[in-house]
Write a protein that binds this ligand. Sequence first.
Ligand code: KIV
Length: 265
Amino acid sequence: MKSILDFQDKKNKKQKISMITCYDYSFAQIVAESNIDCILIGDSLANTMHGFPTTLPATVEMMALHTAAVARGAGTKKFITADFPFMSNRKGLTAVMNAAEKIMQAGAHALKLEGGDEYTYKIVRHLVDSGVPIMGHLGLTPQSVNQLGGFKVQGRDDKAQAKIREQALRLQEAGAFCIVLECVPSKLAAEITHSLDVPTIGIGAGSDTDGQVLVLQDLLGMNPGFKPKFVKTYFNGFEALKEAFNTYHSEVEGVDFPSEKESYS
Ligand code: KIV
């Protein structure tokens, strides 16, 4: 996928959208050669790349640095969305626009921001009018983990469901080209998906959303201690890489590496 028009096109054709997070040059090169539709430089980089327990420590500078690395790795092959990190979209219009400028100039084609309230709709409208495509993010919004009382499924009761439905419509009205739905009951995600013109991308939101997103490290099984219900691991990355490291170590110890093949005559 190369532009926001492809997102709408996929929804119209009832084709699913696959998105994966990516934070560095090496993995971006691999994702760029894969069939995955698009890349998200999530503020989950605070967890996956920097080892923090939440996404709150991510900054605009971190987002721009990782976005630039991914953009260099992916070239022009994939559509790249990057997150507004914690607070960067809440400190007034000038601060929002400065953050958007930095991350877009680093190579993002669109930005994602969490939440749905009057302030967010205004910001989204202004960004969209300024030429910045915006992906919304509703349900479990990890930047609000402290307000939500933990990483919990959202939209469990009627009132909470009505609120998320309304937020999705308001984000669409404000100009969002796509909305991520995180950790909400499948039925709610399906209803929202059918009620919107723009596509939804789910994570822990069942199979009826217009697309799915997974964190790259989760998909590759890089963090065996972290296995929420919605994650499917497609590779035992932790063990496979550990085995490669151990083989290298053994070969160094046994003087099997370097052999003549890796040495200069
Ligand atoms: O930061 C992130 O990785 C995300 C996805 C989980 C949607 O926002």
